[in-house]
Structures are given as C-alpha cells and as structure tokens.
Design a protein around this ligand. Structure first.
Ligand SMILES: [Zn+2]
Length: 167
C-alpha cells in the first residue's frame, strides 16, 4: 500500500472511530479544557480552536513562520504551473520598503485577501520558476500592477497614461 492510500485508510478509520464515539473526550494540552474528540484533528493533542488561534498568532508575530507560509504558497503555485522551485525561507529577507513603489511592506496575512502592503514573491522573469536568483520580494501592490505584463506591454500602457492623445 502506498503512503497516500495508507493515510486515507488511517483517516477513514479515524473518522469512523469519531462517529462511533462522538462523546469521548480528550484534554487539550494548551487550554486544558476537556473537549470531545470531534474538537481535535487526527492524532492531535491540542484542540482545533487552539491550533487555529496559534497559527494566526504566529503568522502575525513569527517572521520565520510567516516566511515559510509565503514560500509554501509559492511552492504550490510552482507545482501547479510545473515550474522549478528552490526557495529557502531562511535566506529570504522581507525589505522594510517596497523596492519598486517605496511604500512600507507590512507582513500581514489574512485568510482571504492580502493587503497592498503585504510582501509578495515576484518572479523577475515570469517565464522562469521560483528560484532564489529569479525572485524579489516586493509589495503586493507592485506585484499586482506588474502581474504578468511584459516589458513592452508596460511601456505601451505607460505611454497611453502619459499621452492618451496618441491613441
Ligand atoms: Zn485547546
């Protein structure tokens, strides 16, 4: 049996067990509250709500945790696009100001949306992968403006903004 199938079976077993004993309780090692097993993820000794608030707090305070999260999201994008990935979260430094727009970069992560001042991993050459020599950390705002525009396209858009009468 492969690892994945094994994990699925184990998870199914865990679900079944949970359904059979939904009122069985376990004590959370963090908040010390006695909660039912449904309040815990598989094999975890810290309850779901403690784990969620912990992750949220770490995202707001722990820079290396935040960097790892940022990189794992990039790794997922690299995987989806079939691009090379070799980012090392320990070697990446978030600049205080966006190198492009000079606005402050504030590491902040909400579950749904990034703010314009959030740091964002930009691929210098959008046709290449997420590698240490092809990325820069810039503001989310600058990255959105750039999106996947080419040099030439940006030049044309800029010309249009500056001289609409030419068009
Ligand atoms: Zn708890």
């Amino acid at each position: 049996m492969c690892k994945k199938a094994h994990a699925i079976t184990r998870y199914a077993f865990y679900k079944m067990e949970q359904e059979e004993h939904p009122f069985e309780t376990r004590k959370c090692t963090k908040c010390f509250q006695e909660k039912t097993v449904t309040e815990f993820s598989h094999r975890k000794i810290v309850c779901k709500s403690c784990r969620a608030s912990d992750a949220g707090r770490r995202l707001r305070t722990d820079m290396s945790f935040y960097m790892r999260k940022l990189c794992s999201a990039a790794m997922q994008r690299a995987k989806n696009k079939n691009l090379p990935y070799n980012l090392n979260p320990d070697k990446l430094i978030i600049p205080k100001y966006c190198p492009v727009l000079n606005i402050p970069i504030i590491p902040f992560m909400s579950k749904k949306s990034a703010s314009p001042c959030s740091p964002s991993i930009d691929r210098i050459d959008p046709t290449k992968g997420y590698t240490m020599d092809n990325i820069k950390i810039i503001s989310h705002r600058a990255n959105t403006l750039k999106n996947n525009a080419t040099h030439n396209e940006l030049r044309k858009v800029l010309a249009y903004i500056e001289h609409p009468e030419w068009f």
